[in-house]
Design a protein around this ligand. Structure first.
Ligand code: PEP
Ligand code: MN
Length: 456
């Protein structure tokens, strides 16, 4: 690609930049990272890209989910297994509901960096830098811990590697083996009618698996194991740059926009990276970096995006109009989606781009309780998804997937769901370091309900 290189972003204005005092430390960290091997391969990236092409064409569905802010501490067996199992269960329900293959992408193994509304905050009367994510600074409320520490960039690589290693090992050792019984844990569902409805879905999924076993279809790859891809916001461009390598395209790659024939630049920090709503300026550093990589990429699309700006962005990051190369992750809020999504879809349709359209029903629906706790209501999340599906249907477009903030743990961060979590109950296990996540029961319930939309 003409006039692009992994560091050409440094000539552009940048938002959410991190200013390090320890400039030698930054040099050392980046030169270390530069020598380390890719975390993911071009073959895996290409497989995902080809699958997302099917999503864009309405032939598959993509489920993306994980923490808002991953911490180094989350790199442990229990939390990784819980998340992988949850995504797997949700995907089974969605396969049953939408009657399409489901592509699974976790926000994991690199989802550390966070954009913040303000670079500083005041805690107990002391002004200090805001927490920017475990790869940048510490969460502890003291000025020293909050100082950006470049060695954390190297730690981010190794925690990503350890997480990814355990995901791969456990998947290939049968964690996703559907022959072993899954715990669907519906004990928490209070309302008998809803419990009955969910039990019916679980029974349908189990019957389908039994049938496959009986007729021997389960011998095919896909029942013993499953693919789960990794993703994160590509916010820290120093980090992304060092892991972006000129590599040979695998045979199945479509490389219309991916650099020279034969080779292309691949971001190897994860399979899929996205540009956040705060860093998607047309002339900015993030868009410059993203336009040069061969990976499938995401762009968050909020209410402030103008329809013509959206098309210009697509032209910049995907001039060859590769189908499914870009995932547009819409996040307006349940009250606003009807005002913005139809115009965005119409502009994209008129442009000839065929992206994946994914609904993030989390980020437009964040609100604070009277006592100041950040939360999201299950009904708003579901409502934005319901409207997204309907608006796409009406426009002759496809809602290709959903993008959720969730955890496999029993946290109390979002209000509502079948266990009837109220604002008063939020304090019980509110452990997020950034945005409120769906807990494992709420997330599975959302999959049941979205599957139901498709079955209507
Ligand atoms: C996020 O996905 O955690 C996030 C910060 O989203 P957005 O860029 O849409 O605000
Ligand atoms: Mn978030």
């Amino acid at each position: 690609m003409a006039d692009w290189s992994p560091n050409s972003w440094t000539t552009k204005p940048i938002k959410q930049d991190v200013v390090y005092e320890d400039t030698q430390g930054v040099k050392d960290a980046l030169s270390k990272l530069q020598k380390l091997p890719p975390l993911v391969t071009t073959q895996e990236i290409t497989n995902l890209k080809n699958s997302l092409r099917n999503v864009a064409l309405g032939k598959a569905f993509v489920l993306q989910g994980g923490d808002c802010a991953e911490l180094f501490d989350y790199c442990n067996q229990d939390m990784i297994e819980a998340k992988v199992k949850l995504l797997l269960q949700m995907s089974l329900v969605l396969i049953w509901g939408a009657n399409k293959p489901v592509i699974r992408i976790a926000r994991i193994a690199g989802q550390f960096a966070k954009p913040r509304s303000s670079p500083t905050e005041t805690i107990n009367g002391v002004e200090m830098p805001s927490f920017r994510g475990d790869n940048i600074n510490g969460f502890a409320a003291d000025v020293e811990a909050r100082r950006p520490d470049p060695s954390r960039l190297v730690s981010a690589y190794f925690h990503s590697a350890a997480t990814l290693n355990y995901m791969r090992a456990s998947l290939s050792s049968g964690l996703a083996d559907l022959h072993s019984p899954l715990d669907w844990g519906l004990g928490h569902v209070i309302t008998p009618a809803i419990k009955e409805q969910y039990s019916q879905i679980v029974k349908a999924v189990k019957d389908a698996l039994k049938f496959m076993k009986t007729v021997g279809i389960d011998k095919d790859r896909g029942v013993e194991t499953a693919d789960i891809y990794t993703s994160h916001e590509g916010l820290s461009l120093e980090y992304e740059q060092t892991l972006t390598r000129l590599l040979r395209h695998p045979p199945q790659a479509r490389y219309e926009s991916a650099g020279e024939v034969g080779n292309g630049y691949y971001a190897t920090s994860g399979h899929f990276i996205w540009i956040g709503d705060r860093t998607r300026q047309l002339d900015g550093a993030h868009v410059e970096f993203f336009r040069g990589i061969a990976n499938p990429i995401g762009i968050k699309v909020g209410p402030s995006m103008q329809p013509d700006e959206l098309v210009q962005l697509l032209d910049v990051v995907n001039p060859a109009k590769e189908i499914g190369k870009v995932t547009l992750i819409s996040r307006y809020g349940a009250k606003k989606i009807a005002n913005f999504l139809p115009g965005h879809i119409a502009a994209v349709q008129a442009s000839g781009h065929i992206p994946v359209w994914q609904c993030d029903p989390m980020h437009g629906n964040t609100q604070a309780t009277p006592s100041g706790i950040k939360t999201r209501h299950f009904t708003d999340i579901l409502e934005e998804l319901r409207q997204a599906l309907e608006i796409h249907r009406t426009a002759g477009s496809f809602l290709g997937g959903m993008h959720l903030e969730l955890t496999g743990e029993a946290v109390t961060e979002c209000v509502g769901g079948a266990a009837g979590l109220t604002e008063d109950g939020l304090g019980e296990r509110y452990t997020t370091f950034c945005d409120p996540r769906l807990n494992e029961k709420q997330a599975l319930e959302l999959a049941f309900l979205v599957a139901g939309f498709y079955r209507q």
